[in-house]
Design a protein around this ligand. Structure first.
Ligand SMILES: [Zn+2]
Length: 220
Protein backbone atom coordinates (compact mmCIF):
# COMPACT_ATOMS: atom_id res chain seq x y z
CA UNK A 1 0.00 0.00 0.00
CA UNK A 2 1.26 3.41 -0.83
CA UNK A 3 1.84 5.88 1.95
CA UNK A 4 -0.06 9.14 1.56
CA UNK A 5 2.23 12.14 1.67
CA UNK A 6 1.09 15.33 3.32
CA UNK A 7 2.33 18.53 1.79
CA UNK A 8 1.68 22.24 1.87
CA UNK A 9 1.02 24.12 -1.37
CA UNK A 10 1.99 27.77 -1.80
CA UNK A 11 0.58 29.21 -5.00
CA UNK A 12 2.01 32.31 -6.59
CA UNK A 13 2.63 33.93 -9.93
CA UNK A 14 5.73 31.82 -10.46
CA UNK A 15 6.02 29.87 -13.72
CA UNK A 16 7.55 26.62 -12.49
CA UNK A 17 6.86 24.16 -9.71
CA UNK A 18 9.38 23.57 -6.92
CA UNK A 19 9.65 21.24 -3.99
CA UNK A 20 11.36 21.90 -0.67
CA UNK A 21 11.60 20.15 2.64
CA UNK A 22 11.70 22.42 5.70
CA UNK A 23 14.02 21.76 8.66
CA UNK A 24 10.96 20.37 10.45
CA UNK A 25 10.46 17.84 7.66
CA UNK A 26 7.42 19.54 6.16
CA UNK A 27 7.02 19.13 2.40
CA UNK A 28 6.33 22.47 0.72
CA UNK A 29 5.31 22.75 -2.95
CA UNK A 30 5.58 26.15 -4.59
CA UNK A 31 3.34 26.12 -7.63
CA UNK A 32 2.00 28.46 -10.31
CA UNK A 33 -1.65 29.49 -9.92
CA UNK A 34 -2.77 27.63 -13.06
CA UNK A 35 -1.66 24.15 -11.93
CA UNK A 36 -4.46 21.81 -10.74
CA UNK A 37 -4.39 19.91 -7.45
CA UNK A 38 -4.04 16.60 -9.36
CA UNK A 39 -1.07 17.89 -11.29
CA UNK A 40 0.59 18.98 -8.07
CA UNK A 41 -0.16 15.59 -6.48
CA UNK A 42 1.36 13.80 -9.48
CA UNK A 43 4.46 16.01 -9.24
CA UNK A 44 4.89 15.16 -5.56
CA UNK A 45 4.53 11.40 -6.21
CA UNK A 46 7.13 11.56 -8.97
CA UNK A 47 9.56 13.04 -6.44
CA UNK A 48 8.84 10.57 -3.66
CA UNK A 49 12.36 9.08 -3.81
CA UNK A 50 13.92 12.55 -3.57
CA UNK A 51 11.70 13.43 -0.62
CA UNK A 52 12.62 10.34 1.37
CA UNK A 53 16.31 10.87 0.55
CA UNK A 54 16.10 14.46 1.83
CA UNK A 55 14.18 13.36 4.92
CA UNK A 56 16.90 10.79 5.70
CA UNK A 57 19.62 13.42 5.23
CA UNK A 58 17.69 15.78 7.49
CA UNK A 59 17.66 13.22 10.27
CA UNK A 60 21.45 12.78 9.88
CA UNK A 61 22.19 16.50 10.29
CA UNK A 62 21.50 17.52 13.89
CA UNK A 63 20.90 21.21 14.66
CA UNK A 64 24.03 23.20 15.47
CA UNK A 65 24.17 23.56 19.25
CA UNK A 66 26.17 26.35 20.88
CA UNK A 67 26.08 25.39 24.55
CA UNK A 68 29.33 25.16 26.52
CA UNK A 69 30.97 21.83 25.75
CA UNK A 70 29.19 21.32 22.42
CA UNK A 71 31.39 20.36 19.47
CA UNK A 72 31.41 22.24 16.18
CA UNK A 73 33.26 21.18 13.03
CA UNK A 74 34.30 24.16 10.91
CA UNK A 75 36.31 23.69 7.73
CA UNK A 76 37.10 20.15 8.86
CA UNK A 77 38.49 21.20 12.27
CA UNK A 78 36.72 20.27 15.47
CA UNK A 79 36.17 22.92 18.17
CA UNK A 80 34.59 22.81 21.60
CA UNK A 81 32.36 25.68 22.65
CA UNK A 82 33.61 27.51 25.77
CA UNK A 83 32.45 30.63 27.64
CA UNK A 84 34.10 33.84 26.45
CA UNK A 85 35.17 36.21 29.22
CA UNK A 86 34.08 39.23 27.17
CA UNK A 87 31.39 39.89 24.55
CA UNK A 88 33.76 38.97 21.74
CA UNK A 89 33.86 35.50 20.22
CA UNK A 90 37.26 34.04 19.40
CA UNK A 91 39.11 30.82 18.66
CA UNK A 92 42.12 29.66 20.67
CA UNK A 93 43.53 26.33 19.55
CA UNK A 94 40.58 23.93 19.62
CA UNK A 95 38.32 26.08 21.81
CA UNK A 96 35.65 28.35 20.39
CA UNK A 97 34.87 31.07 22.93
CA UNK A 98 31.35 32.48 22.72
CA UNK A 99 29.77 35.20 24.88
CA UNK A 100 26.74 34.40 27.03
CA UNK A 101 24.62 37.04 25.33
CA UNK A 102 23.92 37.09 21.61
CA UNK A 103 25.72 33.76 21.33
CA UNK A 104 24.43 32.66 17.93
CA UNK A 105 25.00 36.09 16.35
CA UNK A 106 28.56 36.25 17.73
CA UNK A 107 29.22 32.73 16.49
CA UNK A 108 27.89 33.59 13.04
CA UNK A 109 30.19 36.64 12.86
CA UNK A 110 33.16 34.51 13.88
CA UNK A 111 32.31 31.82 11.32
CA UNK A 112 31.93 34.52 8.65
CA UNK A 113 35.43 35.84 9.44
CA UNK A 114 36.86 32.33 9.24
CA UNK A 115 34.93 31.68 6.03
CA UNK A 116 36.24 34.85 4.42
CA UNK A 117 39.84 33.81 5.07
CA UNK A 118 39.33 30.18 3.99
CA UNK A 119 37.20 30.86 0.91
CA UNK A 120 39.35 33.76 -0.27
CA UNK A 121 42.34 31.43 -0.18
CA UNK A 122 40.58 28.48 -1.85
CA UNK A 123 39.12 30.76 -4.56
CA UNK A 124 42.51 32.37 -5.23
CA UNK A 125 44.28 28.98 -5.38
CA UNK A 126 41.72 27.31 -7.65
CA UNK A 127 41.50 30.40 -9.90
CA UNK A 128 45.28 30.35 -10.34
CA UNK A 129 45.32 26.58 -10.92
CA UNK A 130 42.61 26.58 -13.60
CA UNK A 131 43.26 29.93 -15.26
CA UNK A 132 40.38 32.05 -13.97
CA UNK A 133 40.85 35.75 -13.32
CA UNK A 134 41.18 36.75 -9.66
CA UNK A 135 37.81 37.89 -8.26
CA UNK A 136 36.66 39.59 -5.07
CA UNK A 137 34.94 37.32 -2.59
CA UNK A 138 32.50 38.10 0.21
CA UNK A 139 30.57 36.09 2.78
CA UNK A 140 26.77 36.26 2.91
CA UNK A 141 24.03 35.20 5.34
CA UNK A 142 22.31 33.14 2.63
CA UNK A 143 20.50 30.05 3.84
CA UNK A 144 19.05 28.90 0.54
CA UNK A 145 22.18 28.73 -1.59
CA UNK A 146 25.85 28.06 -0.97
CA UNK A 147 27.24 30.56 -3.38
CA UNK A 148 26.35 33.10 -6.02
CA UNK A 149 28.07 35.12 -8.68
CA UNK A 150 26.89 38.54 -9.83
CA UNK A 151 26.89 39.69 -13.44
CA UNK A 152 29.95 41.77 -12.54
CA UNK A 153 31.80 38.62 -11.50
CA UNK A 154 31.62 39.13 -7.75
CA UNK A 155 31.34 35.92 -5.79
CA UNK A 156 29.46 35.54 -2.50
CA UNK A 157 29.57 32.40 -0.36
CA UNK A 158 27.18 31.55 2.46
CA UNK A 159 28.80 31.45 5.92
CA UNK A 160 27.28 27.95 6.15
CA UNK A 161 29.96 26.67 3.73
CA UNK A 162 32.09 26.38 6.91
CA UNK A 163 30.14 23.22 7.76
CA UNK A 164 30.97 21.43 4.49
CA UNK A 165 33.84 19.04 3.75
CA UNK A 166 36.65 20.42 1.58
CA UNK A 167 35.78 18.51 -1.67
CA UNK A 168 32.29 20.08 -1.64
CA UNK A 169 33.71 23.55 -0.94
CA UNK A 170 35.96 23.05 -3.97
CA UNK A 171 32.92 22.17 -6.08
CA UNK A 172 31.13 25.37 -4.95
CA UNK A 173 34.22 27.49 -5.67
CA UNK A 174 34.69 25.98 -9.15
CA UNK A 175 30.96 26.38 -9.83
CA UNK A 176 31.07 30.11 -8.98
CA UNK A 177 34.39 30.68 -10.78
CA UNK A 178 32.86 29.08 -13.88
CA UNK A 179 30.02 31.62 -13.59
CA UNK A 180 32.58 34.40 -14.02
CA UNK A 181 32.88 33.04 -17.59
CA UNK A 182 29.32 31.82 -18.17
CA UNK A 183 26.50 33.33 -16.11
CA UNK A 184 23.88 30.71 -17.05
CA UNK A 185 23.90 26.94 -16.51
CA UNK A 186 24.30 26.15 -20.21
CA UNK A 187 26.47 23.46 -21.83
CA UNK A 188 29.54 25.74 -21.98
CA UNK A 189 29.23 26.39 -18.25
CA UNK A 190 29.18 22.66 -17.35
CA UNK A 191 32.10 22.01 -19.73
CA UNK A 192 34.13 24.56 -17.81
CA UNK A 193 33.18 22.91 -14.50
CA UNK A 194 34.06 19.47 -15.91
CA UNK A 195 37.46 20.59 -17.16
CA UNK A 196 38.37 21.57 -13.57
CA UNK A 197 36.54 18.83 -11.68
CA UNK A 198 35.90 15.69 -13.76
CA UNK A 199 33.93 14.21 -10.80
CA UNK A 200 31.69 17.26 -10.36
CA UNK A 201 28.51 15.20 -10.69
CA UNK A 202 29.37 13.12 -7.63
CA UNK A 203 30.28 16.22 -5.65
CA UNK A 204 27.11 18.00 -6.68
CA UNK A 205 25.01 14.98 -5.60
CA UNK A 206 26.83 14.89 -2.25
CA UNK A 207 26.26 18.61 -1.79
CA UNK A 208 22.51 18.09 -2.24
CA UNK A 209 22.55 15.73 0.73
CA UNK A 210 24.02 18.57 2.80
CA UNK A 211 21.04 20.83 2.13
CA UNK A 212 19.73 20.33 5.72
CA UNK A 213 22.85 22.14 7.00
CA UNK A 214 21.22 25.30 5.68
CA UNK A 215 18.63 25.15 8.42
CA UNK A 216 20.82 23.59 11.12
CA UNK A 217 22.28 26.89 12.37
CA UNK A 218 20.15 28.81 14.88
CA UNK A 219 18.27 31.84 13.57
CA UNK A 220 20.00 35.12 14.44
ZN1 LIG B 1 25.16 28.26 -10.66
Amino acid sequence: MQEIMHYKVIRSRRKSIALTLSAQGEIVVRAPEFLSGEEIGAFVSRHEAWISRQARALRRVPPVRLETGDALVLFGRRYLVADAPSRRACIKEDLLYLPAEGRAAACKRLISRLALAELTRTTRDLAAKFGFAAVPVRISSARRRWGSCSSRGRIAYSFLCAFLPQPLIEYIVIHELSHTKHLDHGAAFWQTVERCLPDWKTRRAQLKAYAPVMSAFPAV
